[in-house]
Each structure stands twice: as C-alpha cells, then as structure tokens.
Design a protein around this ligand. Sequence first.
Ligand SMILES: Nc1ncnc2c1ncn2[C@@H]1O[C@H](COP(=O)(O)OP(=O)(O)OP(=O)(O)O)[C@@H](O)[C@H]1O
Length: 259
Amino acid sequence: MEPVLTVEDLSVRISGLHILQGVSFTVAPTGVTVLLGRNGVGKTTTLRAIVGLTPPAGEVRGTIRMGAQSLLARPTHRLVRGGLGYVPEDRCVFAGLTVAENLRLAERRGTIPAYDKVFALFPELDRRGRQRAGSLSGGQQQMLAIGRVLLNDNRLLLVDEPTKGLAPKVVTEVAEVLERVAESVPVLLVEQNLAVVRRLARDAVVLAAGRVAWTGDARELLLETALTKSLLGVGSAEVSSPSARSELASPAVARKDRH
Ligand SMILES: Nc1ncnc2c1ncn2[C@@H]1O[C@H](COP(=O)(O)OP(=O)(O)OP(=O)(O)O)[C@@H](O)[C@H]1O
C-alpha cells in the first residue's frame, strides 16, 4: 500500500541550529505510526515542519508529500483544508471561549462538521458545551483538542504527546480514543509513554541527533530491551510490567495486518 505521508531528506535549521539533518520516513495509510526519540531530538520540529509551522526564522528543505501532493511551502490553512489534522503538544484550546465556541471555530467552511461523530467519541464535550475551555481539566482539554480536529474529514492526523502530564486513568482514556480514531484515519503520533506506544503503534520511527536511527515494527522495538535503552534511554521494563499491561495493553483489539 502506498504511504499516506512521505518525508525525504528533511532538513530544518532554526536560529543557526541544524535540528533535523536529512530525516526520511514514511507513514502507512492505516493505523498508528509513532515517532520516538529522547528529549530534544526533533520530534515536534518534524511535526511542525510537516504542517508548515516552522518559525519564520527557520529554513526547511527536503521533500514532504501527502499522497502525490507536495506539502512543502504550502500555508498551514491550506494543508489543513486538504485533510492534514494537527493536535499540537500544548493543545492550544481558546481558554476564554466555551467548549462549543472552540468547536465552532474549527468548522471548515463548505463542509458539514461531524458533531455526531465527535460527541459519540467524547460525550463530555457535548455535556460541557457552555463551560469555558480554560476551566477544563488537562484531560478534557486534550479531548477538546482532538475532537476539534475530528469535526472535519482528515487524510492524516499528526498528534503530539497527547498524554503528557495526564493522570494514569486519563492516559488510558486518551489512548482508547486514539485507538478508535486510528480505525478510520492514519495517525503519526509523538508519544513518550511506552505503554501507550505498545498499545497503539504498529510502526515506529526513532530519531536520534536529528536523524532517523531506526524504523520498523513498534512492538519489536519495545521487546528489544538493549535497543530501547540505547535509542530511548529507557528499559522496556515499564512497558512489559504487569501494571502497565493490565492498564493499557489491549489484547482484545486485533492489530491490523502489516501492509
Ligand atoms: N524555535 C526554536 N528556536 C530554537 N531552537 C529550537 C526551536 N524549536 C526547537 N528548537 C530546538 O530544537 C531541538 C529539537 O526540539 P523539539 O521540540 O523538536 O524536540 P522533541 O524531540 O520534540 O523534544 P521533547 O521530547 O523534549 O518534546 C531542541 O534542541 C530545541 O531546543
């Protein structure tokens, strides 16, 4: 199957720093591909380059294609209109606006927003329509940030550290939602929680020092303790511990066949 996203020789320089130095990888047209790496290796920089949000002082070179279409140098609003959904790391909900107003702002002109789908995934967003987004809990804000993107049709979702700073129970809820979302739209996910990675991801791309250090089957990576330790700086113990398994592993959900 053709990849939904192809990144080739991507180089990003910001303020004299050569942050990405020839990054190449593909994202499969189904399921979750996880982008991993130690802190500061360039994961967020990669997502922001894809969605056209590199700071103006930055320089982006290389090739980024969604299907056959080149994304480089296209303005973000056009990329989003073309079906590239982005859930940023800091969620970026409008704190002073209500939940309903945040959702309304995300509606794309000329399309029918999928409120039924969003409220089926997140009944709480329906119930809390009149609450100010700034007074939502971190988990509820994350649901709003994801729900807002799902109002529109997407060909690919970029999701940056959706479980960061959330309580374990909420991490599980976010993972469940992403699992359901990924049944209908491919996801490129940046995620540090290896139990979440183990549950969701089929393919993995690991960055190190601005380059791709490893690509392959995410679960195989997590089974290789020495490899995980050298690439991510952690052992796989936390992902294979009984508590992580019982809370997050989802044996009932069959992984799709590899493409
Ligand atoms: N606007 C910027 N100006 C200067 N340096 C930047 C800028 N954006 C990112 N960097 C630097 O680029 C490097 C990669 O940052 P990035 O946020 O992409 O890493 P990351 O892998 O997502 O890290 P983390 O896991 O900690 O979120 C870091 O050293 C960061 O300080």
